[in-house]
Design a protein around this ligand. Structure first.
Ligand code: CO8
Length: 372
C-alpha cells in the first residue's frame, strides 16, 4: 500500500467582510420594516413581531466576530437580505470554480507541483452551484489538470470525507496527485432573515494536495489514518433541490434555506465527535498526549473548547487548538482546513495532529497527520 501525505494547502478569502455590528444593524432594520407592515396583526395578537438581533449575543453564543462573504451589499440591504451574485453566461467560469482555482494555486505552490501533474480533483462542498456538469470537472479544465474529477457533498464534513476518498485512491495507486477543494458560498443558502442563524456562516474556499509521501518535494504531513462516520438526523437540513418546481408554494419557504435545531446539534454532536476522535486515536495506537494540534470544525467556540478538553483530557494550551471562526464564522467544510492551513507551518518533524470536521448528516470525519 502506498503511504499518502498532504503536501500543500491553500485558502481563498473573499475581500468583503461583515462585522457583527453591521449585520445586526441590517437585521434590525429588516425586523422594524416587517413589524411596521404587520402592525395591525401584531396588535391583534395574530402575528408575532420579529425580535431584534444583538451583537453581544452573537459573540457570546458563538465566538464569531465577523465573516467574509462574496457579496455584502445584498446581505446588508434590509429590503433584500441575501447576496447579489448575478448569473454568468455558460462560457464564463462559475463562481465556485473561480474561488477554487485561487485556493488550488496556493496549495499547488506549497506542494511544488504544476497543475498539469494533478490527476484527480474532488470538489467537496456543502452545496454546488448547479447539478451538472460537475463543478470539479470545470475546475479540472480551468487549471489544466488531467485524470478525472467529481463533486461530493457531506455538508460540513465534505472536506475530510474528500480527503479520505483521495487518500484511499493514493493508497491504492489509482491516482498520484489529488486535490480536494472546498469552495463554500454559505451566504447563498443561509437565511439572513432568521435571527437564530443569521450570524452563523461565511464564504471561503480551501484546497489540499494529497500525494504519495515518497513524491513529496518538501515539508509535508504524513496521513496516518482517515475515518468517516454518519448517523441520520433532521436537526440540520435544507430541503431545496431539483424537485422544487414539481411542488407548489416553494419559492420563499423557510426550509429552502439552512435550517437547524442548534441546541440539539450542540448536545448530540459533541459526544459523537469526542468519541470518534478518541476511538480513531486508540485504533491507530496514538496516545492523546502525543497530539500537538487539533484543527477542529469551526462552528462554535464553546463546542471546540469542549471537544479539545475531552480529547486531550485537559484544557488545551494556547495554540494547541487554533480557532479561526472569530474571523471567518462557520465556513462549513472549509473551517478545519483553514485552521490547518494557517496554523501548521510551525510544527516540527514528528509532531502529530488531528483534522476533524462534523455537521449535518450527522457526519464526522477525522484525519490523523504527522509532520515530516
Ligand atoms: N440575537 C439575540 N438573541 C438571540 C439571537 C440573536 N441573533 N438568536 C437567538 N437568540 C435568543 C433565542 O431566541 C433564545 O431566547 P429565549 O431563551 O428567550 O428562547 C436565546 O437567545 C438562546 O438561543 P439559543 O438557545 O438558540 O442559543 P444557543 O446558546 O444554543 O446558541 C447557536 C445558538 C450558536 C446556534 C448554538 O446552538 C450552536 O452553535 N449550535 C451548534 C450549531 C452547529 O454546529 N451547527 C452545525 C451546522 S453547520 C453544518 O452542518 C453545515 C450545513 C451546511 C452549510 C449551511 C450553509 C448556510
Amino acid at each position: 500500500m502506498i503511504q499518502p501525505a498532504i503536501t500543500g494547502s491553500g485558502v481563498f478569502t473573499p475581500e468583503s467582510t461583515i462585522t457583527n455590528a453591521e449585520l445586526v444593524v441590517a437585521f434590525n432594520a429588516y425586523a422594524d420594516r416587517v413589524n411596521a407592515e404587520n402592525a395591525a396583526a401584531i396588535a391583534a395578537g395574530t402575528a408575532d413581531p420579529v425580535p431584534h438581533s444583538s451583537a453581544d449575543f452573537i459573540l457570546s453564543a458563538s465566538g464569531i466576530e465577523q465573516r467574509h462573504v462574496m457579496d455584502k451589499t445584498g446581505v446588508l440591504d434590509p429590503a433584500r437580505m441575501f447576496p447579489n451574485l448575478p448569473a454568468r453566461d455558460d462560457d464564463s467560469p462559475s463562481i465556485m470554480a473561480e474561488m477554487a482555482v485561487d485556493a488550488i494555486a496556493k496549495a499547488l505552490a506549497q506542494a511544488g507541483r504544476d497543475a498539469s501533474q494533478v490527476d484527480l480533483v474532488i470538489c467537496a462542498a456543502s452545496n454546488h452551484e448547479r447539478a451538472y456538469p460537475a463543478i470539479a470537472v470545470e475546475i479540472q479544465k480551468l487549471i489544466g489538470a488531467g485524470g478525472f474529477a467529481f463533486d461530493m457533498n457531506v455538508a460540513c464534513s465534505s472536506a475530510t470525507f474528500g480527503i479520505q476518498a483521495a487518500a484511499d485512491m493514493v493508497r491504492s495507486g489509482s491516482v498520484t496527485c489529488a486535490i480536494v477543494v472546498s469552495p463554500e458560498i454559505c451566504s447563498a443558502h443561509l437565511e439572513w432573515r432568521d435571527r437564530d442563524c443569521h450570524f452563523i456562516f461565511g464564504d471561503v474556499a480551501t484546497a489540499v494536495v494529497i500525494e504519495p509521501e515518497a513524491r513529496a518535494k518538501g515539508a509535508h504531513f504524513t496521513i496516518h489514518g482517515t475515518r468517516c462516520a454518519t448517523e441520520f438526523s433532521n436537526n440540520i437540513r435544507n430541503n431545496n433541490g431539483f424537485l422544487r418546481r414539481t411542488r407548489d408554494q416553494m419559492e420563499d419557504r423557510r426550509d429552502m434555506q439552512f435550517m437547524q435545531n442548534g441546541r440539539k446539534v450542540f448536545k448530540e454532536v459533541l459526544p459523537m465527535v469526542s468519541a470518534h476522535i478518541l476511538g480513531h486515536l486508540e485504533d491507530t495506537g496514538w496516545q492523546n498526549d502525543s497530539l500537538r494540534r487539533l484543527w477542529l470544525h469551526q462552528a462554535n467556540k464553546t463546542m471546540n473548547d469542549f471537544i479539545g478538553k475531552k480529547v486531550l483530557g485537559r484544557t488545551p494550551d494556547d495554540g494547541e487548538q487554533p480557532n479561526i471562526l472569530q474571523d471567518y464564522a462557520n465556513t462549513s467544510s472549509a473551517g478545519s482546513i483553514i485552521a490547518f492551513s494557517k496554523y501548521s507551518d510551525d510544527l516540527q518533524p514528528g509532531d502529530r495532529g488531528v483534522i476533524c470536521s462534523f455537521g449535518a448528516g450527522y457526519s464526522v470525519g477525522s484525519v490523523l497527520v504527522e509532520r515530516a
